[in-house]
Write a protein that binds this ligand. Structure first.
Ligand code: PLP
Length: 372
């Protein structure tokens, strides 16, 4: 029997990502593929860099998209900056802080772990104590928006602590970028990575990153070569640098980069402040509706991510059966709990294009029927 084309159904994606992709972004993907050194493509890349600088609120020249998902952005930050034997304070309040720790260990660096409870923000006081106890630590690493729990940490306060101690910061903004304020220059973030598939509502598979001048200086003064050839930023920069200088490093994912450009045009046209406001308004709407259904959010108010709502599964309710009914009967995807929260929570995403009134209404109505 001949194979058939794969035609997926149209779902509403309200899980932890990927989020619903903007229709314009999907059409951008199907535009003609150009050579990745074509002058017109290079022009588009220059714009893409300016748009990423806007999204990150930075003037860092070393701002680009890694041709791989958020996990590669994470690895790129650690592998370029951290050398074997160096000390890194890693904050862990969920799954992704744990992955940062794994990166540090694999690099042969020394990790000091600051644990905060799952479902809560990183505890700033605990971090301050760890910095005091380890004056030789060179880096502070934390997840701004913990997708596994829905907790938002105080990136500004954490960066201020690190700066005062002369440390560099490595920040995971995979879920935060576009959904809540991320201010790289104002907060003094040194290395930051994100993902295309969350609040940017682009297709998965790209990781925007940005490095401060201090981070670039640290990379340049390395005693040992970067262990990864593909992620070595000094090599990739040759491709992303200003027009005219570009040279081959790897074949850029041309159409995916059109898509990211389009997603960032959407963000720029809407405006960052408006995008943050929309996420927060849709979160309020959802939280109000969930409360009426008797459902409880796990993260305390003030530490909640508007774009990722972690809901406690009521006693006696079959997690898998509910999610399966939402998917099969309503074409609606919500996320399962991850790590410590597996089987205990649902994760409802309101990310980018998904942060719309009609999505909130659909989700609340479907949950009411399924649970009713
Ligand atoms: N960091 C956080 C906070 C995430 O939510 C994710 C993905 O969900 C990642 C890192 C890894 O990104 P990716 O799945 O694109 O590799």
């Amino acid at each position: 029997m001949p194979y058939q084309s794969f035609i997926p159904p149209r779902r509403t994606l309200m899980g932890p990502g990927p989020s619903d992709v903007y229709p314009n972004v999907l059409s951008a993907l199907s535009r003609p593929t150009l050579g990745h050194l074509d002058p017109l493509f290079i022009q588009m890349m220059d714009e893409l860099k300016a748009l990423l600088q806007y999204a990150f609120q930075t003037s860092n020249p070393m701002t680009l998209a890694i041709s791989a998902p958020g996990s590669a952005g994470m690895e790129a930050c650690f592998v370029n900056l951290v050398e074997p034997g160096e000390k890194v304070i890693v904050c862990r309040n969920g799954v992704f802080g744990g992955r940062m720790l794994e990166n540090v260990k694999r690099l042969g660096a020394e990790a000091v772990v600051v644990d905060s409870p799952w479902g809560r923000a990183v505890e700033v006081d605990k971090v301050a104590q760890a910095i005091k106890a380890h004056p030789d630590a060179k880096f502070l690493a934390f997840v701004h928006a913990e997708t596994s729990t829905g907790a938002l940490s105080d990136a500004k306060a954490l960066c201020a602590l690190a700066q005062a101690a002369g440390m560099l910061t490595i920040v995971d903004a995979v879920t935060s970028l576009g959904g809540v304020p991320v201010k790289v220059d104002e907060w003094g973030i040194d290395a930051i990575y994100s993902g295309s598939q969350k609040c940017l509502s682009c297709v998965p598979g790209l990781s925007p990153v940005s490095f401060s001048q201090k981070a670039v200086d640290k990379i340049k003064s390395r005693q040992t070569p970067v262990q990864s050839w593909f992620l070595d930023q000094s090599l990739v920069m040759g491709y992303w640098e200003g027009s005219g200088k570009r040279s081959y490093h790897h074949t850029a994912p041309v159409n995916a980069l059109y898509a990211l450009h389009e997603a960032l045009v959407q963000l720029h046209n809407e405006g960052l402040e408006q995008s943050w406001l929309r996420h927060s308004q849709m979160h309020e709407l959802l939280a109000g509706g969930l409360a009426k259904l008797g459902l409880e959010l796990i993260v305390p108010e003030g530490e909640r991510l508007p774009q990722l709502n972690t809901v406690r599964i009521p006693d006696g309710v079959d997690d898998g059966a509910v999610r399966a009914r939402l998917l099969n009967d309503y074409n609606l995807e919500i996320g399962a709990g991850l790590g410590d929260l597996a089987g205990k929570a649902w994760r409802i995403g309101l990310m980018g294009y998904g942060a719309r009134r009609e999505n909130v209404t659909l989700c609340l109505a479907a949950l009411a029927e399924v649970l009713g």
